[in-house]
Design a binder for this molecule. Structure first.
Ligand SMILES: [Zn+2]
Length: 314
């Protein structure tokens, strides 16, 4: 009940404030056995279609003139094709799929998927000590804290922890990724691109934290990630999505490199809606999908930041 009242209040405020904006929805994994279920995503797609002009990056004009929206999928796991794409077709909304090229074009494990795989192998173990950290494999908050810790490390420290954990597990991650970690097959991606309702967005080559790279590495990740996707699709790629994307994973130097590499827009994972007053096309805010539609309308109403500050997360 409380939720419905909230939802109505947010809807009302959003309608009053309605004006030029760009709302960008972020999806990762969706599935019947995952926290984000297909039904919730279908509801969100229907809502977006009703209230916004749905856009793809190639349609970006450089100005905010009406309530518009994009739907982005980060990383391009197989469920982007098997689960999300059929929902998008049914609801008539376009999709932007952000893929790191080592993963999508060369079937190389994403580093965090290797970590997830290794953590999954530890289930049933009371406690694991690795790389100076400890976690309880069957306790979700403990696993989340451990993953945050690993993410904060430099690339070499991070890889060392993942390798140590795999050694601890006692067997190497399979060379052929298990189904739950695989990218959209390349033929399936070609099929989606051919409809004109799906576009690719560059997401680097190796999915690094861009601020941790030197200038040459930064240029390589930006230029090669884009050139490889353009060669694959035969179309220009105009958008970049910062790997991880939270504050601290991009800065003025990375933004200048993104502009120099020729991208017209860039997505971060900083929560919020892009409005004319606070708008930067190379630092676009996004709204992470949530099982409840009201969390989305809360962001649209501009109340998301207030809620996060209350929770101490802003
Ligand atoms: Zn990513």
């Amino acid at each position: 009940m409380k939720e419905r009242v909230w939802s109505l209040v947010c809807e009302l405020i959003w309608r009053m404030r309605r004006g030029p904006c760009l709302a960008v929805l972020t999806l990762h994994r969706v599935g019947a056995d995952l926290p984000i279920q297909p039904d919730a995503v279908a509801r969100m797609f229907a809502y977006l279609r009703r209230h916004f002009r749905m856009m793809l990056p190639s349609q970006w004009t450089g100005a905010l003139s009406e309530p518009s929206a994009m739907i982005t999928i980060d990383d391009g796991h197989e469920d982007a094709h098997d689960v999300i794409y059929p929902l998008a077709r049914r609801e008539g909304v376009p999709l932007v799929i952000c893929v790191p090229t080592d993963y999508f074009l060369r079937d190389r494990w994403l580093w965090f998927d290797r970590l997830n795989w290794a953590i999954a192998q530890c289930r049933g173990t009371p406690q694991v000590r690795v790389g100076g950290a400890t976690f309880v494999p069957d306790h979700r908050p403990s696993v989340v804290a451990f993953k945050m810790h690993v993410k904060s490390l430099s690339r070499s420290e991070r890889d060392a922890v993942v390798e140590d954990l795999i050694r601890l597990v006692g067997r190497e991650a399979p060379a052929v990724m298990p189904k739950e970690y695989r990218p959209v097959p390349r033929e399936a991606m070609r099929g989606m691109l051919a409809t004109g309702t799906v576009e690719l967005c560059a997401h680097s080559v190796t999915h690094p934290i861009m601020t941790r790279l030197d200038d040459a590495e930064l240029r390589e990740e930006l230029a090669r990630g884009r050139a490889e996707l353009e060669a694959f699709s035969g179309r220009p790629v105009v958008a970049f999505c910062y790997p991880h994307g939270q504050a601290g994973t991009f800065d003025d130097r990375t933004q200048a490199a993104v502009a120099q590499a020729g991208y017209r827009i860039a997505f971060t994972s900083v929560p919020g809606v892009n409005r004319p007053r606070s708008f930067d096309p190379l630092r676009l805010r996004r709204i992470h999908v949530h099982p409840r539609l009201s969390m989305f309308t809360r962001e649209l109403a501009g109340l998301g930041g207030w809620r996060r500050r209350l929770a101490g997360a802003d």
